[in-house]
Design a protein around this ligand. Structure first.
Ligand code: FE
Ligand code: ZN
Ligand code: FE
Length: 174
């Protein structure tokens, strides 16, 4: 009953710390990056703008590197690389799939692809940003640097998408 289970649950919760949160986040991102890597070809194929196709392809190559960097981080922490289902990225990618269907053949398809891709990048930016600060406060400077390396790529990918949208994609869709 309550009296027997609650204090135990609370005690278990109390043993969780920032390094557990970092580990959870690593598993989330290992799951997310693999899933993003698998989803990108569909977006690349659907895109009409050659610069958008190229930008997404380049970021897919970076995503493959990021998966390797995450594996290195697990190794550095003495853990086996393990993915954990993350509902957040699943939701973003599910929406992306239905938008590709809804806007198929329309003038706004590329805009919809960028709309979805930027949701992915912003999700990654928030996660890697948090994780980098955790690694820093935990004194794991090597891990913080590796996370910072990924974060830089995500920020650059987001910036590229913004300039494509502002440059011609949004106007072409309007
Ligand atoms: Fe990524
Ligand atoms: Zn999570
Ligand atoms: Fe990304």
């Amino acid at each position: 009953m309550d009296k027997a289970t609650k204090p135990a649950a609370r005690a278990a919760g109390q043993t969780m710390d920032l390094s557990d949160l970092l580990e959870h986040a690593l598993k989330d991102m290992y799951y997310a990056e693999k899933k993003i890597y698998k989803s990108l070809p569909k977006m690349i194929k659907a895109a009409n703008d050659p610069a958008l196709q190229e930008g997404l392809s380049a970021h897919r190559d970076e995503t493959a590197q990021q998966i390797e960097i995450l594996e290195e981080i697990f190794t550095t922490l003495g853990k086996r690389a393990k993915a954990e289902k993350c509902d957040a990225i699943d939701g973003i990618l599910e929406e992306s799939t239905s938008l590709l269907d809804d806007f198929k053949g329309s003038a706004a398809l590329d805009a919809a692809i960028i709309f979805s891709a930027q949701a992915v990048e912003h999700y990654e930016i928030t996660r890697y940003g948090s994780m980098q600060t955790y690694a820093q406060v935990l004194g794991m400077s090597e891990v913080a640097d590796m996370l910072g390396q990924i974060l830089k790529q995500e920020l650059a990918a987001d910036k590229t998408l913004t300039s494509l949208a502002k440059g011609r994609v949004n106007a072409a869709a309007a």
